[in-house]
Design a protein around this ligand. Structure first.
Ligand code: GDP
Length: 177
């Protein structure tokens, strides 16, 4: 393996949160492996994937955690948030309810995570434009008020996925590195 001796300068833990079926697993699959699958996953339990990238000549290993269905049972544990330096708050832009729940998720996140955590609001499934239920301005306003980064993405079409992760990781690097 070419990267066997690769020196890792930083490991950044980033957690994905939000209602089930908003696309958290597919965003992670797209970012980590450039894959997308229409099948919903069957596994339950916390999982993470890693991707190593270079920021400012430093090797950063991003360790991205997926709830893998725990949120369905309101059982996202404090262990999930422990050590996280970034969080992606994901809603489905075709499901108003998933956006309305963002305040609850943010509250839970702020209750468990480090106070300096970098948070990005993600409106996923922007490929389904005709079914949009959340205007961009509503999300922008919420993000501004809560001091979050904001981006609309499509895991399906790979729109803004790389950019979203790079933005949050670069911001984390700026704070920690
Ligand atoms: P999770 O429960 O939040 O992890 O959601 P999943 O990643 O399992 O996705 C839920 C469903 O939405 C699956 O059927 C995915 O194929 C679909 N999905 C995820 N991302 C997108 C996207 O960007 N666009 C579209 N059209 N469907 C998506």
């Amino acid at each position: 393996y070419g990267d066997y001796n690769q020196k890792i300068d930083y490991v950044f833990k980033v957690v994905l949160i939000g209602d089930s079926a908003v696309g958290k697993t597919q965003l992670l699959a797209r970012f980590a492996r450039n894959e997308f699958s229409v099948d919903s996953k069957a596994t339950i339990g916390v999982e993470f994937q890693t991707k190593t990238l270079v920021i400012d000549n430093k090797t950063v290993k991003a360790q991205i955690w997926d709830t893998a269905g725990q949120e369905r049972y309101r059982a996202v544990t404090s262990a999930y948030y422990r050590g996280a330096v970034g969080a992606m708050l994901v809603y489905d832009m075709t499901k108003r309810q998933s956006f309305d729940h963002m305040a609850k998720w943010l509250e839970e996140l702020r209750g468990h995570a480090d106070k300096n955590i970098v948070i990005m609001l993600i409106g996923n499934k922007c490929d389904l434009g005709s079914l949009r239920a959340v205007p961009t301005e509503d999300a922008q306003e919420f993000a501004q008020r809560e001091n979050l980064f904001f981006m609309e993405t499509s895991a399906l079409e790979a729109t803004n996925v790389e950019t979203a992760f790079l933005t949050i990781l670069t911001e984390i690097y700026r704070i920690i590195g």
